[in-house]
Design a protein around this ligand. Structure first.
Ligand code: DGY
Length: 418
């Protein structure tokens, strides 16, 4: 009987496609941005060289404008839809046309702080690319300099079908010529654990708008079908800017340090604009209509990780975290289980996710909420002990859902929850 640690290592090795890992075979056969960064944290516990290679390969897909795309199509694979022919990125390698939560700065800083001169050199070599990516977010996802970045697609949040996006998705007009979508995901995973057909039509409507304007990101932010604030992207970026500033100090780049600190200050002030008193946390917001989402999510719980919110708001949201944990056996649910829209098995409408738990846990622990942080770390480990290294888990039962032998679940087990 192999230890879970050894199984996790084997999963990372098995999902290695040579310089990058796939999140899991078949369902996700390419390199995904945040999956890859968390994979690097897992590799860093047993193979530092391979950990850096993961991030270097990711940056090999960076666009000229600084964007790091959410999927890089290194080798075409018919098992995935929508593939490169739908995105039409016109880049080498081909990629999707938007980004994903910018978690690399924080991972790179962690790897450098726990590493040797080699880690420092590898981080330094990537530093200007990392900076360009953060600048891209502030430029193209906050064109009016409000201190809050928007996302142009639910997939950019990484929390694809969370009810958070229902407000923005509801306004998307599906083009007549979209046709029947040749979905592949529901041939790999039970459809009840995946987004619906209606959601997929809207996802593809945004992709169509994007390639029709040649991925002109200012045009998409101003006139595209979808533009919403995601607490997860905003908080990951804030934490990332903090960590970028620290890397800049390390590498003797005072100009970049000052810029990153100014971004952070402006972003902190912006967070009031998507705070909900009704919910007791920061929530998603439709930037076209001003509409706020209606429930607390695992992204709301990331506020402490970014040190967002006033002391009163932080107190309130921490109480909310504790109250929600009382309603599930495994934290932290991606939608409030006390709300009618909660679905314990459907992807980001209820299930728990190791990587988000990791970021929430770090935030809680830094704020001295040790018991809550430990609860989340234990739950993350227990879910794996109960079911194995699944993509996500039912918060009521710990049942494993979605893809199996999953890279980021294995990586977080090694880097945090073991
Ligand atoms: C998918 O295909 O479900 C991915 O999450 C999109 O990024």
């Amino acid at each position: 009987h192999q230890s879970l640690k050894q199984q996790a290592i084997d999963i990372l090795r098995m999902n290695d496609r040579g310089g990058y890992t796939v999140p899991t075979a078949r369902l996700y056969p390419y390199q995904w941005e945040w999956d890859s960064v968390f994979a690097a944290l897992g590799f860093a516990t047993f193979d530092r060289d391979r950990a850096w290679e993961e991030i270097e390969t990711l940056f090999s897909g960076q666009w000229d404008d600084g964007m790091v795309p959410h999927i890089i199509f290194h080798k075409t694979d018919p098992d995935y839809f929508p593939g490169p022919e739908m995105w039409k990125s016109n880049t080498v390698p081909p990629s999707s046309g938007h980004s994903q939560p910018p978690v690399a700065a924080s991972a790179m800083l962690t790897m450098m702080q726990t590493g040797t001169d080699m880690d420092r050199e590898r981080a330094k070599a990537l530093f200007h690319k990392l900076y360009a990516w953060h600048r891209w977010f502030h430029t193209y996802r906050d064109p009016d300099n409000t201190g809050v970045v928007g996302i142009i697609h639910p997939w950019e949040s990484g929390r694809d079908n969370c009810p958070d996006w229902d407000i923005g998705m509801g306004r998307i007009v599906v083009p007549d010529d979209l046709g029947d979508l040749p979905r592949r995901d529901i041939t790999h995973v039970d459809p009840s654990e995946r987004p619906t057909a209606e959601q997929y039509n809207r996802y593809l409507a945004i992709v169509k708008f994007g390639h029709e304007c040649q991925w002109d990101h200012l045009e998409i932010a101003r006139n595209g079908p979808f533009f919403m604030v995601d607490p997860c992207v905003q908080f990951a970026l804030m934490r990332g800017d903090r960590d970028l500033a620290e890397l800049a100090t390390e590498f003797g780049e005072p100009g970049i340090r000052d810029e990153a600190e100014a971004w952070l200050k402006h972003s902190k002030a912006g967070c009031d604009s998507f705070w909900s008193d009704d919910v007791g946390g920061h929530v998603a917001k439709d930037l076209r209509t001003g509409g706020l989402s209606t429930a607390f999510t695992n992204a709301s719980a990331m506020a402490l990780y970014a040190d967002a919110g006033s002391p009163d708001q932080q107190k309130r949201l921490t109480a909310e975290i504790a109250a929600i944990l009382d309603h599930c056996s495994f934290g932290f649910p991606s939608w409030d289980p006390r709300d009618a829209q909660f679905e314990s098995r459907r992807y980001w409408r209820g299930p728990i996710w190791s990587v988000v738990n990791y970021m929430i846990g770090i935030g809680l622990s830094e704020k001295g909420e040790t018991a809550l942080a430990e609860r989340l770390r234990n739950d993350t480990r227990r879910a794996v002990e109960t079911s194995g290294f699944f993509e996500y888990f039912d918060p009521l039962t710990g049942e494993g859902l979605g893809g199996k032998l999953f890279t980021w679940t294995a990586a977080i087990h090694l880097a945090w929850a073991m």
